[in-house]
Write a protein that binds this ligand. Sequence first.
Ligand SMILES: Cc1cc2nc3c(=O)[nH]c(=O)nc-3n(C[C@H](O)[C@H](O)[C@H](O)COP(=O)(O)O)c2cc1C
Length: 194
Amino acid sequence: MNHLIVYAHPHQGSFNNAILDTVTAALKAKGHEICVRDLYKLNFHPVLTPTDTASLREGRAPADIKTEQEHLANADVITFIYPIWWTGLPAIIKGYVDRTFSYGFAYQYNSEGGIDKLFTGKKGILINTYGTPGDVYETSGMNEALRKTSESGIFDFCGIEVLEHFLFGGVTSVATDETRKEMLARVHDKFSSF
Ligand SMILES: Cc1cc2nc3c(=O)[nH]c(=O)nc-3n(C[C@H](O)[C@H](O)[C@H](O)COP(=O)(O)O)c2cc1C
């Protein structure tokens, strides 16, 4: 299977980086094709500009968008790994979605007034970490909001079937080394199942 991993974290020694290593190791062990797009290393430009929109309207994707869209088109499974910042996606990966999940490539309106989901057939996994304890976000409804906005609002909107959404809370507060290891073990198990 072709796995595309879109990764957004600025620090090498982060827990998100440990998650990325866990995902790639598990997939490599099973012999899958893996393409990692590390958005900070790529210095990905996250702002959808007037030049971008003009080109996209004419059916021409700018070179950097085209490159990412080729990776997306090739993928059977698309995995996003990012920390929750201000209860959402860090700007660099939000901008990746703004620019690459473009109209006519990821979705389009049809003559019945509905949406054609152009990524139909692809599968997806979301892996997020955040600092607030998980039970606080569960009871406040924030986990549900995170699920709704990224699973329904982004992946399913374009037809990507969400296989799993890991929401790892408390990683900078209540989590111990033991619980962090358990989180990585859950990630390892999921990616070993492909
Ligand atoms: C700019 C910024 C915004 C953040 N916003 C939130 C937030 O809205 N909710 C939360 O629980 N944690 C928030 N955090 C904490 C991060 O989610 C947490 O540090 C990260 O998930 C830990 O994983 P890491 O070690 O890989 O960075 C924020 C951190 C930063 C730097």
